[in-house]
Design a protein around this ligand. Structure first.
Ligand code: DC
Length: 218
């Protein structure tokens, strides 16, 4: 955990669709500023992993909601331990990826994970949080709100490099399906937060983007 006792409570909210560069930019920005980093998508994936492992139907709203309240999610340095089981690899796999939009559309799951995200930031006097609703719902008063975008081709290209066992077409179709689900759900849909700085990362260097964001913060 970083400690910056003199710093006022500082949250940086990074939102955007899959493959827009949130993790790369978010991690680099957090390291530059000496803040902790939270990948909130991994939390939704962790609940999904826990449901599949217990043979719970991700569409069973009440059971999944209860599970979200009970499940232990330990996210540290890019690893995720779910109820004592290392889920780091599996949460990026096709089964979790297929089911996660359904779990993320469950309002009771969102309520519980948003509570945990706020608690996480309060415990460390801020941090860099990335997701879909950070600037719009979780921390609408964040010191800096960023909405990252990139062309669908660039996003699919990036994701297919991450998930080596799937081809470009499969990944592109999956991204399009998840974009539609994330943008179309009733509770906290993916949208540009009011006052968010919109950055297209398609052709830009990470260091340049991070330097730009740091400059806006001071
Ligand atoms: O960023 P990701 O692909 O790992 O996110 C996984 C899913 O969780 C994705 O379908 C969107 C959803 N999500 C969300 O609804 N709200 C967040 N704050 C983060 C992710």
């Amino acid at each position: 955990m970083s400690d910056a006792p003199d710093r006022p409570f500082t949250v940086i909210a990074i939102d955007g669709p899959a493959g827009s560069g949130k993790s790369t930019v978010g991690r680099r920005l957090a390291a530059t500023l000496g803040l902790d980093y939270l990948d909130t998508g991994a939390m939704y994936r962790g609940v999904t992993f826990a449901a599949l492992r217990r043979n719970i139907d991700p569409a069973d709203t009440d059971v999944v909601a209860r599970l979200a309240e009970q499940v232990e999610l330990d996210l540290q340095d890019g690893t995720l331990i779910v109820d004592g089981v290392d889920a780091t690899i599996e949460i990026r796999g096709p089964e979790v990826t297929r089911a996660v939009s359904l779990v993320a559309a469950n309002p009771a799951v969102r309520k519980e994970l948003v509570r945990r995200q706020r608690e996480w930031a309060e415990a460390r006097n801020g941090g860099v949080l990335e997701g879909r609703d950070i600037g719009s719902v979780v921390f609408p008063d964040a010191a800096l709100k960023v909405y990252l975008t990139a062309s669908p081709e660039v996003r699919a290209e990036r994701r297919s490099k991450e998930v080596t066992d799937l081809d470009y077409e499969t990944v592109a179709a999956d991204i399009a399906r998840r974009d539609a689900a994330d943008q179309g759900r009733d509770d906290s849909p993916l949208a540009q937060a009011e006052g968010a700085l919109v950055v297209d990362t398609s052709d830009r260097d990470v260091d340049e983007i991070v330097a730009d964001l740091v400059a806006r913060l001071s």
